[in-house]
Design a protein around this ligand. Structure first.
Ligand code: ATP
Ligand code: MG
Length: 655
């Protein structure tokens, strides 16, 4: 094993072939069919993607696929003109609609945290988007202008996004859990002219005062001309005359007719700031045509969307998953999408399962962090509900520990639903590696194989390709339609971050290995690799060994400087409901890791904790834990940390 690679210690060997009944009706129903399509997508990428693009509506059909002459800035379908909102709405209204949808089909099924339910058909959603497009026009928003959307999970958030896309304004959605400073920084960085928000959002029965946060942010955002404020919670808000407008007021006086702008394929669609697991958030810029085709195609094939599906992605619209797989991808396919406003454990930890039962959800797409929380809360919550409507499960956001995957399969999927573990990033716009549920046998913890048009490799530090099961750096070695185009306002950072590590190749920042079957296993971020007594380890595998113990719900492993070994491993562990964090358990866990992996991977220290520091998108922030573990000062950007008190607590436990 060379120093240049990351040692893999995982011994996962379970394999689950697609069920015959699922495969029979699936879009891609055999491994061979996947292989053929994938081969074709690489041999003739332009032909492959243009064909998929033509399933969508273009005002002027593209004749060009990729233009890579300005590398690393890709252009896709550059001579075509289209509109993503038109494809998500108008396309489904005509008599010869897409096949999946029709004007009276439900587009959004919204459930508020207090329990209110609202259904918007494609016709109704179209009408609301047209009206809001006219509102934006009246407020002086022009093509190319930026609009910030700082809202909770309400249909109007999706309406505002689609309205921006419809008129060619560039939205930047700011996650509703962010505080005023984070709003200010993002609004200023994007130079937004208008901010769309709401009085407050419901979260665990409490009101999150969004408008109040906006007021504080706007004290230092000279570029903002107007705000539009949706009434949701009814809490009192200050309204500045001339600047602030209630949604229900401004929507009254506009027409419900609006013609979608004909936009160049490369017209900017949105800026989204990444969640900030690793440092200062970057404004990732996506454009119209390539992103549209990428999210359309992945939604169609990976979720295997069928006319009667009720699809639910539990991510927040404030993250890329919410952009690509709540809004654009599924709507471009004419799917029925569930949208839930609140917390998974309100009023009790059975809320998700109750939603699935009552609305007949058939596809569930959620995050490992949520799955681990469900494991921690206990099986009795899902067991109390009828989940038989489910036919497909998905995950995204972090490597999923194999035991959490098995739990998802057994308790939620009743050993019947395929699981698609989808690896992708804000930067990639759409899923990059994932099983296709009817075609690819799955392995717990593996994101399996590249999607069509994707060519990924695992490299050693020196750029040579790693061998089977040898961990290394994950790169993508050819352009794909939904790839980011630049970092907003900082093109140099785009070049430096993604394109300089291996010239000509897109560097993901993640470590991975590819097994003897060609399956990819993401081992976590390269920054999180630890070096213990000559072993370079990705932390995810040690974490998975801990999570495999029946008392453990969640674990984060980081390195701390150690005079003898280079680095020593420190594990932060959360136990399941009903388990006690005792000294005896600590000893058992150390022994367990030694057994599962080997003595060298046995943590030097295990610290029990109720919660781990997470980003607001729910990802473990190992960067902060590293600093806690080494007793140093916790520095760096913390605006994305979900709960500051978690850090204070971890440090207090330390003393
Ligand atoms: P930042 O880049 O600002 O630090 P982030 O990387 O957490 O934030 P995202 O773009 O939301 O922001 O997350 C992408 C990352 O999430 C991937 O690079 C990978 O580390 C992880 N990830 C996402 N999906 C998976 C998956 N299915 N398996 C393993 N890791 C995943
Ligand atoms: Mg990232």
């Amino acid at each position: 094993m060379s120093q240049a690679s990351i040692e893999s210690v995982s011994r996962e060997s379970r394999v689950f072939p697609p069920q015959a009944d699922f495969a029979r009706d699936a879009r891609v129903g055999t491994r061979q069919a996947y292989d053929e399509m994938h081969r074709r997508s690489l041999e003739d990428p332009d032909g492959f993607w243009l064909e998929l693009a033509r399933e969508l509506h273009w005002f002027r059909a593209p004749t060009q696929g990729l233009d890579w002459s300005g590398a690393p800035h890709a252009k896709w379908f550059a001579d075509g003109t289209t509109n993503l909102a038109y494809n998500c709405l108008d396309r489904h209204l005509g008599p010869s609609a897409s096949g999946l949808a029709g004007p009276n089909k439900a587009a959004l099924i919204f459930e508020g945290e207090p329990g209110d339910v609202q259904v918007l058909t494609y016709r109704q959603l179209h009408r609301e988007v047209c009206r809001f497009s006219n509102v934006l026009g009246k407020l002086g928003v022009e093509k190319g202008d930026r609009v910030a959307i700082y809202m909770g999970m309400v249909p109007e958030a999706v309406i505002a996004m689609l309205a921006c896309a419809r008129i060619g304004a560039v939205h930047t959605v700011i996650f509703g859990g962010f505080a005023a400073e984070a709003v200010r920084d993002r609004v200023n960085d994007a130079q937004a002219k208008v901010v769309v928000t709401q009085d407050g959002a419901w979260r665990r029965g409490q009101v999150v005062p969004l408008k109040e946060n906006v007021d504080r942010a706007l004290a230092e955002t000279p570029g903002v001309r107007h705000t539009v404020v949706l009434r949701r919670t009814g809490n009192p808000v200050a309204m500045e005359p001339g600047r602030d407008h209630f949604w229900h007021d401004v929507i009254e006086s506009v027409s419900a007719k609006h013609e979608a702008a004909q936009l160049d394929a490369e017209h900017p669609l949105f800026i989204l700031y990444t969640s900030g697991t690793t440092g200062k958030p970057k404004g990732v810029l996506h454009t119209t045509g390539g992103y549209m085709v990428g999210t359309y195609a992945t939604s169609r094939y990976v979720f295997d969307l069928q006319p009667n599906d009720t699809y639910w992605c539990t991510a927040d619209v404030g993250w890329v998953t919410g952009h690509s797989y709540i809004a654009y991808g599924p709507l471009a396919n004419g799917a029925t999408c569930m949208l839930y406003e609140g917390a998974p454990n309100h009023p009790d930890p059975g809320r998700f399962w109750s939603i699935i039962e009552r609305h007949g959800v058939s596809i569930l797409y959620t995050a490992p962090t949520a799955i681990r929380a469900f494991v921690k809360w206990g099986d009795r919550y899902p067991m109390a509900h009828d989940l038989s409507s489910l036919r497909l499960l998905g995950t995204v956001g972090e490597p999923i520990n194999p035991e959490a995957w098995m739990w998802y399969r057994r308790v939620i999927g009743n050993e019947r639903c395929p699981i698609v573990d989808t690896w992708w990033q804000t930067e990639t716009g759409a899923m990059m590696m994932t099983p296709l549920p009817g075609a690819i046998a799955t392995k717990p913890g593996s994101c399996c194989v590249p999607f069509f048009g994707v060519s990924a490799k695992v490299l050693r530090e020196d750029g040579t390709e790693a061998g089977p099961n040898e961990g290394g750096l994950l790169v993508v070695d050819r352009p794909w339609p939904s790839m980011m185009r630049t970092v907003w306002g900082d093109d140099q950072r785009f070049a430096d971050t993604y394109w300089s590590r291996f010239p000509g190749l897109y560097f993901t920042g993640d470590g991975a290995r590819r097994d003897e079957d060609g399956y990819f296993w993401v081992m976590g971020r390269v920054d999180d690799v630890v070096n213990v007594a000559g072993h370079r380890l990705g932390t995810a595998e040690v974490e998975s060994a801990l999570v495999a113990h029946r008392s453990v719900a969640e674990a984060a492993v980081v390195g701390r400087p150690d005079a003898l070994k280079g680095q020593a491993l420190v594990a932060f562990v959360t136990v399941k409901a009903g388990e006690l964090p005792t000294k005896e358990l600590k000893a058992l866990l150390l022994e367990h890791v030694a057994q599962e992996i080997g003595k060298f991977a046995r943590p030097d220290d295990i610290r029990f904790t109720d919660t781990l520091p997470k980003t607001r998108s729910g990802k473990i922030m190992r960067r902060l834990l590293k600093e806690v573990a080494s007793g140093g000062e916790v520095k760096g950007d913390m605006t994305t940390l979900e709960d500051l008190s978690v850090l204070a607590k971890l440090r207090a436990d330390d003393e």
